[in-house]
Ligand binder design. Structure first.
Ligand code: FAD
Ligand code: DLZ
Ligand code: SF4
Length: 509
């Protein structure tokens, strides 16, 4: 039996060498524990590609740790001593190593912090839970920012973060004279033979072994394992990001809201899976983007738009998560209860936009923001889908999904289920929006110009039916009041046709 000083449990989204629990350790005296766990792969049934990505990134991280001199107990999914959960696995390691202390960095999900907080009493060993300093704004700092504010608007939070980091600042003023260049970022996109692709990597022997393991154990989960091209090391993730800065970032701003059939990635970075498991550092990527703008290779609307997503939205949703958990996942402002339609899993629907979003989600464990927000999210809200069921779907199907970032985006931004804490208005839109921002409608069986009837785009009747159903709740919102008035000015027979078309469509789900 060995005896160690610190037993350091590193979680699958903590693959960062400067992690606080590692920084507090000493390779000569401490031992690291990492484990591939059935509970983590199945607390929602994650996409196969996501599980493979996390396991492979973990295995590569362990190689790096060992090369740095650390002793690591790495428990593979198929190891005989695999206990399946963080708590059981840690308990076993405590018996084996009898550490003086257990040291962890706080988990990214409330569910797991509850486990961490139970360990000291359960195992009668001191457990140090250290802050996660990979974020720019701590939960406590966010709480302070939020205190006393009637509305928590991202834009004001973002300005504070710009001032704090100095990113894109000219003294105390934003460069270019404006904080936000979004007005320039709503262009529709056209097919381009030279469209950049995210940097991809052929699976090495480690990844191939993981892919076989995941197929054998989780073959029935949603999603395709092949093609697998994600980076699984920090070096490759940084190379993929550098390629994005060079080839796609210049157009990132202009086409941020665009969608195009057959182009799952467009000018997006496809890095959230790397940021969220710790392979990429958020501040570092922002500094690289600022440097590209200062060097003149990237326009300001692209650099600002990108930096806002990271130091603004990403930090802000995390702040909301910790401010409102537990319980935020049970918000349901509109009282929606409809089950999630099967086509969220199969992609089998006549709606070309939804089919494209679900199909690429199945193939790539990725969809870009506007597909998540304005196609699958918008459809779910208009159709009255239970926001908790939708939350579990988003959490399971995307390689970048962890509850701290997914939940506020789903419950707050996309479903307005928190009644407007996060978003200033529901992101509800008819087919006209999707038609303006994409080329899906041209090949769709439905007619985006028709509001009602069997040929019509379902988003249209559902949109007006949503306005009608919830006007009591939304008419006081200045940004929705005009839509409520428009609906109320429709002739009564048109209102009836809307209700009938929506009911017929919903009955067919
Ligand atoms: P890009 O479009 O290239 O943006 C760059 C980076 O900015 C992203 O990698 C991400 O880190 C950050 N970012 C952009 N928008 C947001 C946002 N709204 N919230 C937080 N960070 C943002 N993002 C996740 O990382 N994990 C999730 O589980 C997740 N779930 C979502 C669910 C819904 C319903 C919606 C509407 C959005 C969700 N997002 C989530 C936000 C956003 O869609 C993804 O971050 C983005 O699509 C990831 O792709 P990308 O790396 O190509 O991002
Ligand atoms: C997402 C995930 C998966 C699929 N598998 C593991 C795992 O086997 N072991 C592990 O340590 N972490 C995994 N993760 C990430 C965790 O779910 C994540 O650390 C928690 O959700 C806390 O954010
Ligand atoms: Fe989607 Fe409607 Fe356009 Fe079809 S017509 S692609 S359902 S918005």
């Amino acid at each position: 039996m060995t005896s160690v000083r610190h037993l350091i449990l590193v979680l699958g989204d903590q693959l960062t060498h400067t992690l606080t629990s590692l920084a507090a350790g000493d390779p000569a005296r401490d031992r690291i524990l990492m484990a591939e766990l059935h509970d983590e792969a199945t607390y929602v049934r994650h996409h196969k590609k996501k599980i493979a990505f996390v396991f492979s990134a973990m295995r590569h991280f362990v190689q790096e740790l060992r090369a740095l001199g650390w002793t690591v107990d790495y428990v593979t999914l198929d190891a005989p001593d695999n206990r399946g959960s963080f708590t059981e696995q840690l308990g076993q390691a405590i018996v084996r190593h009898r550490p003086e202390r257990v040291v962890v960095t706080e988990a990214g999900e409330w569910r797991v912090t509850q486990m961490q907080e139970s360990w000291q009493a359960r195992f009668s060993v001191p457990v140090d839970i250290l802050p996660d300093d990979r974020f720019l704004c701590s939960p406590a700092a966010f709480e302070k920012w939020a205190a006393g504010r009637k509305q928590l608007r991202m834009e004001y939070f973002y300005r504070d973060m710009r001032r704090r980091t100095g990113l894109l600042m000219d003294g105390d003023q934003p460069v270019g004279g404006k904080w936000n260049f979004d007005a320039e970022n709503r262009k529709a996109v056209e097919t381009d033979l030279f469209m950049p692709r995210p940097g991809g990597y052929a699976p090495d022997a480690v990844t191939r072994e993981v892919l076989a393991l995941v197929e054998a154990r989780y073959g029935s989960h949603f999603g395709d394992l092949a093609p697998f091209w994600f980076a699984v090391t920090r070096v490759d993730a940084e190379a993929a990001f550098a390629a994005f800065v060079k080839s796609a970032l210049p157009n990132f701003g202009d086409y941020q809201d665009a969608m195009l059939a057959g182009e799952p990635f467009l000018y997006h970075a496809v890095i959230a899976q790397y940021l969220n498991c710790g392979l990429l550092d958020p501040l570092r990527v922002c500094r690289q983007v600022e440097a590209a703008w200062r060097a003149g290779t990237v326009p300001l609307n692209a650099a600002e738009g990108f930096i806002r997503q990271i130091i603004g939205w990403r930090e802000y949703v995390r702040g909301i998560y910790w401010l409102k958990m537990p319980g935020y996942d049970r918000n349901n402002f509109f009282g929606h209860t409809r089950p999630l339609p099967d086509f969220y899993w199969t992609g089998e629907t006549s709606m070309a936009c939804v089919k494209a979003a679900v199909t690429q989600t199945k193939e790539q464990a990725y969809a870009h923001h506007i597909q998540r927000l304005m196609v699958t999210g918008n459809f779910a809200m208009l159709a009255g889908i239970d926001p908790h069921a939708l939350h579990e779907w988003y959490l399971s199907v995307y390689a970048d999904a962890y509850e701290w970032v997914e939940l506020p985006n789903t419950v707050g931004m996309s479903q307005f289920a928190d009644g407007g804490l996060l978003a200033s208005k529901p992101y509800a839109a008819s087919g006209a929006y999707i038609n303006r921002m994409s080329n899906y409608c041209g090949t769709c069986r439905h007619d985006v110009k028709r509001r009602t009837g069997v040929e019509a785009c379902p988003f249209n009747a559902l949109y007006w039916d949503f306005i009608a159903r919830h006007r009591g709740k939304i008419s006081r919102n200045p940004r929705m009041a005009q839509m409520v008035r428009t609906y109320e000015n429709f002739p009564v027979d048109e209102q009836q046709r809307i209700a009938e078309s929506a009911a017929t469509f919903l009955a067919s789900l």
